[in-house]
Write a protein that binds this ligand. Structure first.
Ligand code: PLP
Length: 440
């Protein structure tokens, strides 16, 4: 068992001390969890993908407590969202203070200090020289949506290019770019026209196929790319791939849009994953970790590109003051310690996964940067991806007090809160190793 106190966190005895993890005295799910699940499943959309029966009561740092009092180490961070850990006291304080003063006024209509502070910070940390501008959103998919509109508006071109395996969101525009699982698109068409895809890693296909057979480069507004594919399986770009895209964009005056919604906000040990590959996008998209769980996204673009006039784009809730306050606190914490922590612990995580993959032949291909790592689950017999076995490993991890999420067709991702400490990381990896051993 392991205490979860960390530098900035309250001491035992404070109201928000949560206790050590893992702690699962009587197995999961417990009786209260079972009752909530029954009620939930009668009424919620069956489209939700619940991988195992976790019913959360509260969480702090990298520890989650369920309604029966079981405690888990969190290696999922609410899908790479809780960058500063759960309910970081400084984030909570920023939210509370802002909520007492101003919850909503509409950033499309009026001005408020926390939004000004946030856009100043975002333009400062985004790669590339200024001047830049920021459009705030409520979610990742809306940031993608807004960037698609901006690219068409600015370039006066229609075509947009993305990649197989990409995930950019589920609203109709973003879904047209998403190309990661057929289920996500099935029966939702027709999608937004003039969106084309090539394999991730194959920049040549843009020129040799798309520009040859489908569209003139002079009609392409933007290429959208995740520097590290997220939902598609935590796939790293092959060497030179992102530079090649940059080069194509430069030659044809196409905007390069880096979707850093999952890989940004310090997760890989730098503010943005594209920084590892020495590539400066024209437009950067952030969301997920930006406000530690409050709904907020952003499109950051050069002033010249973000040139649309008043009324061309806006939103009632986007850039809400409480979310901006949470983001300001988040960025401060990520900058002062958690980005460095991700850089420091990333190699430890990766080495441990490589070790486990060496030892247990049903997991393989450990990969990642910073605290954005994954490995594949395979069949011992065929050596091919094995989604069923992955399910069993996720369940066995959960039963041991470790929360993990899948990605891609048969991968498991490791994206803990960026505040996780060495001891927690090691305990979680030990639990994972034991879980893998149960499904050999
Ligand atoms: N882009 C990327 C890279 C993502 O990983 C996601 C979500 O997983 C999105 C966009 C969509 O974000 P949201 O779920 O907030 O709409």
């Amino acid at each position: 068992m392991l205490g979860i106190k960390q530098n900035e966190q309250p001491q035992q005895g404070d109201h928000d001390w949560i206790g050590p993890a893992p702690w699962i005295p009587d197995g999961v799910p417990g009786p209260k969890a079972k009752r909530f699940i029954e009620r939930d499943e009668r009424l919620t959309s069956p489209s939700y993908t619940r991988d195992y029966p976790l019913v959360v009561k509260r969480a702090l740092g990298s520890v989650i407590e369920d309604v029966d009092g079981n405690r888990f180490l969190d290696f999922a961070a609410g899908i790479a969202v809780c960058a500063t850990g759960h309910c970081h006291p400084k984030v909570v304080q920023a939210i509370e203070e802002q909520a007492r003063n101003l919850i909503h006024i509409c950033g499309s209509d009026f001005y408020y200090p926390v939004m000004v502070e946030l856009v100043e910070k975002l333009t400062a940390i985004t790669p590339g020289p200024g001047p830049k501008r920021v459009y705030l959103t409520n979610s990742g998919t809306e940031a993608v949506e807004a960037a698609m509109k901006l690219a068409r508006y600015y370039t006066r071109r229609q075509w947009i290019i993305g990649f197989y395996g990409a995930f950019h969101g589920r609203t109709m525009g973003a879904l047209s770019l998403t190309c990661s699982k057929a289920r996500q698109r099935e029966r939702f068409g027709p999608l937004v026209p003039m969106v084309a895809h090539v394999p991730f890693g194959d920049a040549d296909a843009i020129e040799s196929n798309l520009f040859r057979y489908e569209m003139a480069p002079s009609e392409v507004a933007a290429i959208f790319v995740e520097p590290i594919q997220g939902e598609g399986g935590y796939i790293l770009p092959p060497p030179g791939f992102l530079q090649q895209i940059r080069d194509i964009c430069d030659r044809h005056k196409i905007l390069m849009v880096c979707d850093e919604i999952q890989s940004g906000t310090g997760r890989t040990g730098r503010w943005f994953a594209c920084e590892h590959f020495d590539v400066i996008p024209d437009v950067a998209l952030v969301a997920k970790g930006l406000a530690s769980g409050m709904p907020l996204g952003a499109v950051v673009a050069p002033e010249e590109v973000m040139s649309w006039p008043p009324g061309a784009q806006g939103s009632t809730f986007a850039g809400n003051p409480v979310c901006c306050a949470a983001a300001n606190a988040t960025l401060e914490l990520v900058e002062s310690s958690y980005m460095a922590n991700a850089a420091k612990l990333g190699p430890r995580l990766l080495a441990a996964l490589e070790n486990i993959a060496d030892k247990r032949k049903v997991v393989t291909a450990a990969r990642g940067l910073g605290l954005m790592c994954a490995l594949d689950v395979i069949s011992r017999r065929t050596g091919k991806g094995d989604a069923k076995r992955r399910e069993r490993i996720l369940r066995a991890s959960f039963e041991r007090g470790l929360l993990l999420l899948p990605c891609g067709e048969h991968a498991i991702r490791f994206c803990p809160p960026l505040c996780i400490n060495e001891a927690q990381l090691d305990v979680g990896l030990k639990l994972f190793d034991e879980a893998v051993a149960t499904v050999l």
